[in-house]
Design a protein around this ligand. Sequence first.
Ligand SMILES: [Zn+2]
Length: 212
Amino acid sequence: MFIELLDLLRCINAHEDTWLVASLKAVSSRFVLDGTLGCPTCSAKYAITTGIADFSGGAELPRRKPGQRASTLEREELATRAGAFLNVTEPGATVVLGGSWGSAAQELSLMSEVRVLALNSESGVEESETVGLLLVGSDIPVAPGSVLGVAIDSSFPPGILASAVKAIRPGGRIVGPAEFPPPPDLLVLAHDENYWVAEKGPEVIKLSRADR
Ligand SMILES: [Zn+2]
């Protein structure tokens, strides 16, 4: 994990948003290969092993069969689709790509100049200064409202959607699999037989004005 990407990560336990404290065992050209991220609030520890940060808490992760790596063309098409669905038009923003979407992590990052956190991605997806690899269960370890968009597939527990809603900022989007119902507080913009695209409205705070 590139050292600057560590700033994006947060403890997944239920308490106030806190930074994680990194203790580094092996670092190469500012990439953390081996180390631990510790939460100063609840003392949770998250290991970084061969560059991949593990927030799964031992949850069973879907096994991806080797030899199914998407071709360059497929990855570019996937990146274009993810970029369009999530409306990735802001260089420097952070986007989360989960499961099979993560195959396009490098391509989307280059195409749109964004930082990408790839969750439970297939082997062969490489990390870089703008792509971080994570293992997760049903929690996305980022600060609330800190990401532009989240795309997930059906390899995750449906509970990850609640975490995705928290992670995106107002106006941010989620792409989810047709198997999971879209979160009710989001506006569904589009859907087909495989995926839906939904957007988070402006801050709820504005609604209270109407009461006056
Ligand atoms: Zn914690």
